[in-house]
Design a protein around this ligand. Structure first.
Ligand code: NAD
Length: 362
């Protein structure tokens, strides 16, 4: 099959890690008989330098025309880069916010998987690490507290600030459907996280998730209060498959889930709209401190490419082939500097890409 992929290499280590992801995708194309066609566009600091703005309308259009977007990372050193002397709407990150909005990306997916080869980096008790975990945090990205009306006023000499948390049932239903659909591709369990003992928005969330669940009798649904979920993530992360939650809870829980894997260079992510289209990117930033040295870990981006195959192209076998190839590279002892430990084989960014690409098989 033939797919159009718009690539956003971005800034810092972005171009290095996207090159490796393309290398692996090209190998998948050879082995499985597909064609991936790439068009690169600028976003972030490189776009500010070249075009005077972090994202041009032309770049947005190129993204919209593609089957999916694969991104590296954007931004520079926030203390020293001249990009951060600009007004907020002209800075690199404004490009990403604009792109997410233009593409209506309302569902954010962040897998947290503990590779047994890297279990020593897991900050949890040894027994918890040994049990392993493989979950996906599914966060609503365009509603809730971060997008509600807000104000700060002074009344009778007292300063008062207000934020509002609003969800309507259509916003909840569309993310719940995504959550159940994705659970079907995994271990068929959804844990919906809310604060239904206190918040009206959570009570509606729970009611709508229950309605959607009726269409997915093969998927197990449980509800969990967010405070309990925060505890369970460190006590027994193996219990989770898809964790479905609203924007602010998801923001916090997805960082917690990332932390317990212990390795930032391994964490992929996807943001989806209500079609098959998605934006795929590593969870980490542009790491300006190591940019241009060919030492970045490309695995998060390579795993993001695997998510793209699974969720946008429905190429499940090919996605698994990438994940298995990463697993094999780790099993064989290959490590980039960020995950290196004594006795392992230290490799550069491009060498890690080579090893993973060679490991792709049918
Ligand atoms: P960062 O994630 O870029 O780096 C944090 C630390 O982790 C650094 O020491 C870095 O060297 C290391 N690191 C990150 N990714 C790595 C990888 N793949 N391999 C090896 N080491 C890796 O976070 P930061 O330093 O806070 O941010 C740097 C820039 O990235 C900022 O401009 C920030 O705004 C931007 N940023 C962009 C995104 C995005 O594009 N979605 C996300 C987060 C941060």
């Amino acid at each position: 099959m033939k797919f159009q992929i718009t690539c956003i290499p971005g800034d810092g280590i972005g171009p290095e890690i996207v090159t490796e992801a393309k290398k692996v995708l090209d190998r998948v194309a050879d082995v499985y008989g597909h064609e991936f066609l790439y068009t690169d566009v600028l976003m972030g600091g490189c776009s500010i330098d070249a075009c005077g703005e972090p994202l041009t309308e032309e770049a947005i259009e190129t993204c919209k025309k593609a089957d999916a977007v694969l991104m590296g990372s954007i931004g520079g050193n926030t203390s020293t880069s001249p990009w951060y002397q600009l007004p907020p709407q002209k800075r690199p990150e404004a490009g990403l916010l604009k792109l997410r909005k233009s593409l209506n990306l309302f569902a954010n997916l962040r897998p947290a998987y503990l590779y047994q080869e890297l279990a020593a980096a897991c900050p949890l008790k040894e027994a918890v690490g040994a049990a392993g975990f493989d979950m996906l945090i599914m966060r609503e990205l365009t509603g809730g507290l971060y997008f509600g009306a807000r104000s700060t006023v002074t009344e009778n000499g007292i300063r008062k600030a207000t934020d509002t948390l609003t969800y309507d049932e259509t916003e909840i239903r569309r993310i719940a459907i995504k959550g159940f659909e994705i659970a079907r591709k995994r271990k068929k369990k959804v844990t919906s996280v809310d604060k239904a003992n206190v918040l009206d928005s959570s009570r509606l969330w729970r009611a709508v998730v229950n309605e959607v669940a009726k269409d997915y009798p093969d998927v197990t649904l449980e509800h969990m209060l967010v405070d309990n979920c925060a505890m369970q993530l460190v006590k027994d992360p193996a219990q989770f498959d898809v964790v479905l939650t609203e924007n602010m809870f998801g923001d916090i829980l997805s960082d917690e889930a990332s932390m317990i894997t212990g390795s930032i260079g391994m964490l992929s992510s996807a943001s989806l709209n209500d079609t098959k289209f998605g934006l795929y990117e590593p969870s980490h930033g542009s790491a300006p401190d190591i940019a241009g040295k060919n030492i970045a870990n490309p695995i998060a981006t390579i795993l993001s490419a695997a998510m793209m195959l699974r969720y946008s192209f429905d190429l499940d076998k090919e996605a698994s082939a990438i994940e298995d190839a990463v697993q094999k590279a780790l099993h064989d002892g290959y490590r980039s500097v960020d995950i290196y430990s004594d006795g392992m084989k230290k490799v550069s960014c491009s060498e890690m890409g080579d090893v993973i690409a060679q490991n792709i098989e049918r």
